[in-house]
Design a protein around this ligand. Structure first.
Ligand code: PMP
Length: 384
């Protein structure tokens, strides 16, 4: 058989997908599994009528920057909500999911051997996307303060990635932290990419700062965001990337050769119902972020430790002092106790003492039952 690319061969599968596939098989076999591993929160959202969307435009390719109505709407939303200002004509591209937006941004900035600084715990795809671009991911161990990042920067560094708020830790970056990062990016003349996919999943919206409110002209900054999480529409594959015109033109080239444009009908649908959907999801997002806070309180009560952070619907739970590594722990948790969480090792080498527990999909009763089982498994695997 002909060989496949070594670059692709080196890329690893997302660990969360591996576990969720096992869950799927177990459920098919009739097992009841408490699923604390999914990267989604489930919301009730109605389907608005589609027959009033513009015909025949919905059937055809759109502008490869995305339809202008949606770009203008997003520019207006960012101005009103975050005091972030960008030109909808030249500084944004609507993409087929933010995963593609982030990957295309990496393609636009990296040459082989270039480095990208990524803070652990990191979303699994950053490192693999950098590798797919023949770049080198440089991991920053857990709980390294942003004031201590400079030592990870070399002459080959092209970008620092921050996930604000962070999946899986729930950390929300303060204005001071973003300013420190921006100063670092300026000093070394490198990009700072903020992945803001969970921007609505915060306890106090005033505490969330989009990176464009710090780097007003996007000289060094790139903001990626998504319709998946905040709107509960992950299956629609809509995201966007905001940056200066030079960077955006480079992303545009990549986008034109890879996907042309996202699904036109969905762009029109979102452009028409953006605020209605947000009004419907916001209270549900609030409920899940508050549930997360209650879950932390429950963990305090039963003696489980976790990474500090109050945003998103994920928690990063410590399995210390268990003798198992995170993969062995999650495998036993799933196979023996039918509870699925994601091994921390998937989020960076320094994260093997943690597991990711998502509170987005299961009821309170089942979530706390899952946590009790995690607590018991930690105890049962702790050396005397
Ligand atoms: N960033 C983060 C941190 C994520 O967790 C995800 C999805 N799990 C994405 C980006 C990609 O989201 P999408 O492609 O659905 O917009």
């Amino acid at each position: 058989m002909p060989a496949i690319s070594q670059t692709v061969d080196r890329v690893i599968q997302a660990v969360s997908i591996k576990y969720n596939n096992i869950v799927y098989e177990m459920k098919q076999a009739g097992d009841d599994v408490i699923v604390l591993s999914l990267g989604e929160a489930f919301f009730d959202i109605p389907l608005f009528p589609m027959d009033d969307l513009p015909m025949p435009a919905v059937y055809h390719y759109s502008h490869s920057r995305g339809i202008i109505e949606l770009r203008k709407l997003l520019a207006d939303f960012f101005a009103k909500t975050y005091d972030v200002h960008f030109d909808p004509e030249t500084e944004i591209i609507v993409t087929a999911g933010s995963k593609a937006a982030i990957h295309m941004a990496f393609m636009a900035m990296l040459d082989p051997g270039d480095e990208v600084v990524i803070l652990e715990p990191y979303w699994v795809s950053y490192t693999e996307q950098v590798r797919l671009c023949q770049g080198v991911p440089v991991s920053v161990p857990l709980e390294t303060p942003v004031t201590d990042l400079e030592r990870f920067i070399t002459p080959r560094t092209r970008c620092i990635v921050v996930n604000n708020p962070n999946n899986p830790g729930g950390h929300l970056y303060s204005l001071a932290e973003l300013q420190t990062l921006y100063a670092l990016a300026q000093k070394h003349d490198i990009f700072l990419l903020a992945d803001e996919a969970y921007s609505e999943f915060v306890l106090d919206p005033k505490q969330f700062h989009s990176l464009g409110s710090v780097d007003k002209h996007f000289t060094h900054s790139i903001v990626c965001n998504s319709i998946s999480k905040n709107y509960g529409l992950s299956g629609w594959r809509l995201g966007y990337v905001i940056g200066n015109p030079t960077l955006i033109n480079a992303v545009l080239k990549v986008n034109q050769h890879l996907v042309t444009c996202p699904a036109t009908i969905l762009e029109h649908y979102i452009a028409r119902h953006f605020y209605e959907i947000l009004e419907i999801t916001r209270p549900q997002i609030r409920a899940v972020v508050e549930k997360r806070a209650q879950v932390l309180a429950y963990m305090d009560k039963i003696g489980l430790k976790y990474l500090p952070g109050d945003s998103t619907f994920y928690t990063f739970v410590s399995i210390d002092p268990s003798s198992l590594d995170s993969d062995a722990f999650c495998t036993r948790l799933l196979r023996e106790f039918h509870v699925c969480a994601v091994p921390g090792i998937g989020y960076g080498a320094s994260c093997d003492r943690h597991i990711r527990v998502s509170v987005g999909t299961e009821s309170w009763e089942r979530t706390t039952r899952g946590l009790d089982i995690i607590r018991a498994l930690v105890a049962a695997t702790t050396p005397r």
